[in-house]
Design a protein around this ligand. Structure first.
Ligand code: 6CS
Length: 280
């Protein structure tokens, strides 16, 4: 896959760069003449991934780049962002799209135009081996007084608060990778992320890490993500969707997502309208 690089805001300054590219990239013709789309990612494998030499991959960017290439946009340039900053950054035209595995949820559908679903997964907990506090749901976390690690502005933070976990016990980790270290160090008692994210972290922690996964837990749905666009860029979103649907039908979509562990069928069976609770 063509190398896609991390966008670094250079001497010309973020605002100038944003103004320059945003003006050109308000629609498909703008992206085509720009030659790339600026995407927000979180660096949470296997959804999004940045290697030490700046290579961007992961199921989200790989699907987005494959669709964009068919639309005549040859590359992506990625910026790492916290989940909670992705939609404000998109609206401020710092990015053209969010291709980070952003879950399609009604409150987000108010703010952005989502593509049809691309990546679906259940939620899970990373815990110390043997799950010593018996944490099997966010309600267990609330009643036990355990400290739960979450990524900032993500779905797990919201689920924890909604389940009654006190704000003081919801610990925002600085980046997706830090959570397993904080769990090992005892700074948190449990780390909440989707199943594939925790699986990836456990693989990297290796045998003898003293960590394990608990999943799935009752009462939490399978979430599905989509690419997020500005509401005013709905024509770009619609053009993106036409190609995504074709790739789902041809098997190209499955060939990209399934090696990462995602079910293509889960995304094909789901719809944005269902996840948004209405048109988006
Ligand atoms: O969209 C979200 O809120 C969630 N998505 C992923 C891929 N990881 C965690 C985050 O909370």
């Amino acid at each position: 896959m063509k190398l896609s690089t991390i966008l670094t805001f250079t001497a010309i300054g973020a605002s100038a760069l944003t103004a320059m590219t945003a003006a050109q990239a308000a629609d498909l013709e703008g992206l085509k003449s720009q030659g790339f789309a600026r995407i927000a990612i979180a660096n949470e494998p296997p959804w999004t991934q940045v290697t030490s030499d700046g290579k961007v991959s992961g199921a989200g960017p790989d699907v987005a780049l494959a669709v964009l290439k068919k639309l005549g946009v040859g590359d992506i340039v990625a910026s790492i962002s916290e989940y909670g900053a992705m939609i404000p950054g998109l609206q401020a035209q710092r990015f053209d799209m969010v291709a980070a595995g952003l879950f399609i949820k009604p409150e987000r559908c108010e703010a952005v135009a989502f593509s049809q679903p691309d990546l679906c997964d259940a939620e899970s907990f990373m815990v110390k081996e043997g799950n010593p506090m018996g944490l099997k749901s966010f309600a267990d976390i609330a009643s036990s007084g355990a400290k739960v690690g979450v990524v900032g502005g993500g779905t797990e933070e919201k689920l924890a608060i909604e389940a009654g976990v006190s704000r003081a016990n919801v610990i925002v980790v600085p980046d997706p990778q830090s959570g397993s270290k904080m769990l090992q160090d005892g700074r948190i008692d449990v780390y909440a992320l989707p199943v594939l994210s925790i699986s990836d972290l456990l693989k990297k922690a290796g045998e003898g890490s003293g960590l394990e996964m608990f999943a799935p837990f009752e009462g939490t749905p399978i979430f599905c993500a989509g690419v997020a666009f500005r509401k005013e860029d709905s024509a770009l979103r619609d053009a993106y969707d036409v190609v995504l649907v074709e790739m789902k039908a041809s098997g190209e979509f499955a060939a990209i997502v399934e090696p990462y562990g995602y079910s293509a069928d889960a995304a094909i069976q789901q719809t944005r309208e269902n996840l948004c609770g209405g048109p988006n």
